[in-house]
Design a protein around this ligand. Structure first.
Ligand SMILES: [Cu+2]
Length: 294
């Protein structure tokens, strides 16, 4: 609507301008041109038409905005999730299930999802253009957004408020599942998993603690380091099942994992994770452990 009205107004103004130019040319050639009541034209165009158009567009825009931000089905079967913005990643929590994750928001398709937004450090902004408009995530203040995916699918989100050096590398995947698949996803994440049987993986878990990764990362072997006030780093309990690493920055494979652990700053400047240099044997074990976290 805005584009259509803008085109009509622009064409109208351009035609008037051409008409005025044409008249003044004719006059300078000495041809007789009829009189125009310029004052009346200014009053009508400037005093009536312009305010009327602007007012109509404002009313229209408010109505669209109100319908877009209105809860879809607040009384119905609503799923509430919490998304917390960190420099430069997303913490995702499902309070109803006691499940937490990072950088991926899994939702059931066709169901209203209430997203509670917070920020841990600076202002971020939650923006998944295919699902909803953007909304700021503010430290110390919870904002609320409603989304619903009509069909199962994959939707890319992006932090939309400049939040520091790697703001551009702060992406989010929203994955909409059919309801039964979503329940299976939640179930897989809420059941505790068995101790690793593979000796290499066991060794890797020890390296994870020796290298002090657990100070910032929760895993199934180690619950959330500081549940209140968010975690310093993403929950790694199921890191191997994620589509990407470091909030959409790297493909999730062994090579990027190894590069990330050795030098996160080079891959994501300003990132709040220190580099870790490990002997090859320890690194191999650590990678095997991380890859076992599905
Ligand atoms: Cu940002």
């Amino acid at each position: 609507v805005l584009l259509g009205v803008a085109v009509v107004v622009s064409v109208g103004v351009t035609l008037l301008l051409l008409w005025a130019t044409h008249r003044s040319r004719q006059r300078s050639r000495g041809a007789a041109v009829g009189q125009v009541n310029g004052r009346a034209l200014v009053w009508i165009a400037g005093g009536i038409v312009t305010p009327a158009v602007v007012l109509a567009l404002t009313v229209h825009s408010y109505r669209v905005g109100a319908s877009v931000y209105t809860p879809l089905d607040p009384a119905g079967d609503v799923l509430t999730v919490e998304v917390v913005g960190h420099q430069f990643w997303w913490e995702v929590r499902y309070p109803a299930y006691g499940v937490s994750s990072a950088n991926e928001l899994h939702i059931p398709a066709g169901r209203s999802v209430r997203v509670l937004l917070r920020a841990e450090d600076v202002i971020h902004s939650f923006w998944v253009p295919q699902l909803q408009g953007k909304l700021d995530m503010i430290p110390g203040h919870t904002t609320e957004l409603w989304i619903e995916a009509d069909e199962p699918g994959l939707f890319r989100g992006q932090c939309a408020e400049y939040c520091g050096m790697s703001h551009a590398l702060m992406a989010l995947w929203v994955i909409a599942h059919p309801q039964s698949e979503f329940e299976a996803w939640i179930a897989r994440r809420s059941t505790p998993t068995a101790e690793p049987a593979d000796p290499l993986v066991q060794r890797g878990r020890d390296v994870f603690f020796d290298a002090e990764c657990h100070l910032c990362h929760a895993t199934r072997a180690w619950p959330t380091p500081s549940a209140e006030g968010g975690t310093p780093g993403p929950d790694l309990t199921h890191v191997a099942s994620r589509r990407s690493l470091a909030a959409g920055t790297l493909p999730n494979n062994r090579g990027s994992l190894a590069g990330w652990i050795a030098d996160p700053q080079r891959l994501k400047p300003g990132v709040r994770m220190p580099p870790t240099h490990l002997p090859p044997e320890e690194l191999r074990a650590l990678l095997a452990y991380l890859e076992s976290l599905e």
